[in-house]
Design a protein around this ligand. Structure first.
Ligand code: RB5
Length: 149
């Protein structure tokens, strides 16, 4: 799977370990920054880069890391076609894909430890949208909402 990843300074320390983990699982990772720790950088820049990469079809899924995960999710969801959420547990990370077709995972590096982050990222990366009728119907309603903006 092609996965785009990005992080501001709050998420930066966890980005490299997540890249390494996903690569070891056979995924192709595109790193959209930050490429160094800059305490003055802004999470919307990295969320936008990852979200647009996913929305354009250049990646199958995206991961955005910031301090809390909140800013990353708020910003990612501004991009049409993106369904992003903060997940700090493994159930949400796979169920969000299976039921809601979540395509961008957001996490807060100040909230979770690296080991839990590994498990969450693995759950997200391996999950697939179930395609069940009720989930397709709900997804259709989301797409209708998006189309009406
Ligand atoms: C950056 O200091 C911090 O505000 C940001 O990473 C994130 O937590 C925002 O939601």
């Amino acid at each position: 799977m092609r996965i785009a990843i990005g992080a501001d300074h709050g998420g930066y320390p966890v980005k490299a370990p997540m890249k390494e983990l996903l690569e070891s699982q056979g995924h192709t990772i595109v790193d959209l920054g930050a490429y160094s720790l800059d305490p003055a950088d802004d999470y919307p820049d990295f969320a936008k880069a990852v979200a647009e990469y996913v929305a354009s079809g250049q990646a199958d899924k995206g991961i955005v890391l910031c301090g809390s995960g909140v800013g990353a999710a708020v910003a990612s969801n501004k991009v049409r076609g993106v369904r992003a959420s903060v997940c700090h547990d493994t159930y949400s990370a796979h169920q969000g894909v299976e039921h809601d077709d979540m395509n961008v995972l957001c996490m807060g590096a100040r909230i979770i430890g690296e080991e839990l982050a590994r498990e969450i990222v693995s759950s997200f990366a391996s999950a697939k949208f179930s395609g069940e009728e009720r989930h397709k119907r709900r997804l259709g309603k989301l797409l209708d909402m998006e189309a009406s903006f």
